[in-house]
Design a protein. Structure first.
Length: 270
């Protein structure tokens, strides 16, 4: 075990949205053993930093925005960014609004972040700032889109995974971000591709990676890692992509598995 890759919502965070004392202790022990601790999340870095303050320097890197941003933590400095053309993002918002006014949006760019009414209620943690009348406010002065999120007044996120792809075209991927919302971004980018780049950067083989996840946007990562671990609270489909299933995020599932793996590693060295 050389690298732990942990999703946040529904995985590392308990149902109240915090990292428990037991999980903090397990990750600290892993880091002390020389293991890289990496956050692999649908969130952009700025939406993860406040949560990670409790972990201090335990987390070394992040594969964020579903793999389109790789950064260091705790400073959040970008190592790699897959750019999403701001014009494409803006055009997609206009396109979907014309098709169905029930769509709502949140947009993160290099110029800021804006989210429309209904977005915050769908997120597991508070969104930064009040709702905006138009998410495209974040496009003013922007050169790239970091993340475009889409939700609907009456359709669930899982429903949007089916209805949106034929509407937006083959150059955009529609992924579930762990809440009642989906993300649109460049096709061919996911947590596994981000982790592949990071592991090459660090000189680590996929066989040495243990990945934890609980949602559809974790599937590629769970299949790619040497050991893919799904949470007990994950959908059945997500669990089917994993090598094993951990206790739920309400039962310190990540900590339970990490503690066991550290014990096995110690026993193997003795």
């Amino acid at each position: 075990m050389r690298l732990l890759a942990c999703d946040l919502d529904g995985t590392l965070l308990d149902p109240s949205g915090v990292v428990t004392d037991r999980t903090v202790a397990a990750l600290r022990a892993a880091r002390a053993a020389g293991v890289h601790v990496v956050i692999a999340s649908g969130r952009p870095p700025f939406m993860a930093t406040p949560i990670l303050e409790r972990l201090g320097d335990v987390v070394t890197h992040g594969v964020m925005a579903n793999g389109s941003v790789v950064c260091t933590f705790p400073d959040g400095a970008t190592l790699r960014s897959i750019q999403f053309d701001i014009g494409r993002a803006v055009a997609t918002v206009h396109q979907l609004r014309a098709i169905d006014p029930g769509f709502g949006f949140a947009l993160a760019t290099d110029a800021g972040f804006a989210h429309e009414a209904g977005f915050a209620e769908r997120m597991p943690t508070a969104s930064p700032g009040p709702a905006s009348a138009d998410a495209l406010a974040a496009a003013v002065g922007a050169t790239v889109a970091v993340k475009l999120m889409v939700f609907h007044a009456t359709e669930s996120a899982h429903s949007l995974l089916d209805t949106l792809p034929p509407l937006v075209g083959d150059d955009l991927a529609v992924t579930h971000m762990g809440a009642d919302c989906v993300e649109l971004g460049p096709a061919g980018v996911d947590k596994a591709t981000g982790l592949t780049w990071l592991c090459e950067h660090l000189g680590i083989d996929a066989a040495g990676v243990v990945a934890f996840g609980d949602e559809y946007n974790d599937h590629e990562m769970l299949r790619w890692a040497g050991l893919g671990v799904a949470m007990a609270n994950a959908p059945e489909l997500t669990r089917s992509f994993a090598d094993e299933v951990a206790p739920s995020n309400a039962d310190d599932g990540v900590a339970v598995v990490v503690e066991r793996l550290l014990q096995e590693d110690a026993a193997g060295r003795s």
